[in-house]
Design a protein around this ligand. Structure first.
Ligand SMILES: NC(=O)c1ccc[n+]([C@@H]2O[C@H](COP(=O)([O-])OP(=O)(O)OC[C@H]3O[C@@H](n4cnc5c(N)ncnc54)[C@H](OP(=O)(O)O)[C@@H]3O)[C@@H](O)[C@H]2O)c1
Length: 314
């Protein structure tokens, strides 16, 4: 089969399509013919030696966690999926899944049926970003109707799902984004949208019960003052820095790190919301597998609206 193999850490130029052996499903696993592989920032961070590079170990390895495709073979004992099922998921994370390839194997219970209303490319855009938004809002923050939640980078892969899930949960949603994305984010359910390019923009945001912080770096500590006493900030990109811990303590709030996990039941619930028309999936652009370097380059601009997806079998 074809797969994007990298033999050393580095820029997009280290990514190349090669012919490698097709994997075989072990008992309880399925073999999936990949039609689309979503791209996430963790992919290019890992490519460079950050992200999950420590977990994956020395190259060579195959990047990619988001998978949408069709079950080609089931291993011994699998009863929840069958050959021909259209599935999606982010198996194995944070271990290697090797989704930038024509086939992957995965534990059957880390995949679930893909939303029927989506193309393969759209389904491939969902798992890691949507699960991050879901697990932060539902499992970590236990967001309640009427609570005020700030979502930074609202127009990105995680952010656009978080805005829609938070609205679905009945929260008052404030998002940060460039002006060009404000109208779109309001359509998705944001009650207020703030342009983070404006100097001192954070002073216009007050009394937050929760912050889904998706930018990282200096952004998290400067937002601590927007929390109400007892409010909580989930520092999604880099965890809780010393600066963030100090700023949050001063604001009388709390801060927590977070790492997304494979979660087929949550993906099944997300598929229901998508098929019911409650949640939209934004695919900014698709690239064929061979153009993976260009796809990373575009993602690394940090200006993507929604998701970038590799199409593996057009
Ligand atoms: N810990 C975990 O489990 C986990 C899981 C998923 C993602 N992450 C991390 O979370 C971050 C977000 O992921 P993603 O997939 O959503 O990224 P993404 O899709 O690449 O984010 C792109 C968006 O970021 C926005 N943006 C850039 N700088 C900003 C700023 N200073 N303030 C507000 N928005 C800004 C841009 O908005 P405009 O175009 O409107 O300017 C753009 O829409 C990444 O660092 C990723 O690695 C962590």
């Amino acid at each position: 089969m074809h797969a994007v193999v990298q033999h050393r850490l580095g820029g997009g130029e280290v990514l190349a399509v090669e012919t490698v052996p097709r994997p075989m499903p072990l008992p309880t696993e399925v073999l999936v013919r990949v039609h689309a592989a979503g791209i996430n920032p963790v992919d290019w961070k890992t490519r460079e030696g950050h992200g999950m590079a420590d977990v994956l170990g020395e190259p060579p390895f195959v990047l990619g966690w988001d998978v949408a495709g069709v079950v080609e073979e089931v291993g011994f004992g699998v009863t929840t999926l069958a050959v021909g099922d259209r599935v999606y998921g982010m198996p194995w994370f944070p271990r290697s899944a090797g989704a930038y390839a024509e086939y992957v194997t995965a534990p059957a219970r880390q995949l679930t049926l893909a939303p029927t209303s989506l193309s393969h490319a759209e389904a491939g855009a969902v798992p890691l970003a949507a699960l991050t938004a879901w697990q932060v809002l539902v499992d970590t923050l236990h967001l309640q109707p009427g609570q005020r939640v700030l979502i930074t980078a609202g127009a990105g892969g995680v952010g656009h799902f978080a805005v829609q899930f938070a609205r679905h949960l009945g929260a008052h949603v404030v998002a940060t984004a460039s002006a060009a994305n404000h109208e779109w984010l309001r359509e998705l359910g944001a009650d207020e949208v703030v342009d983070y390019h404006d100097a001192g923009y954070e002073t216009r945001i007050t009394d937050m019960d929760a912050i889904v912080e998706l930018v990282g770096g200096d952004e998290s500590p400067r937002l601590a003052g927007t929390l109400r006493p007892g409010g909580i900030i989930v520092a999604v990109p880099g965890g809780v820095s010393e600066e963030l811990a100090a700023a949050v303590a001063e604001a009388g709030g709390r801060a927590t790190a977070f790492l997304v996990e494979p979660d087929a039941p949550a993906l099944a619930r997300i598929a229901e919301l998508i098929d019911a028309g409650e949640v939209r999936v934004e695919v900014a652009r698709t690239f064929p597998l061979e153009e993976v370097g260009r796809a990373h380059e575009l993602g690394e601009t940090g200006r993507t609206r929604g998701k970038i997806v590799l199409t593996v079998d057009a």
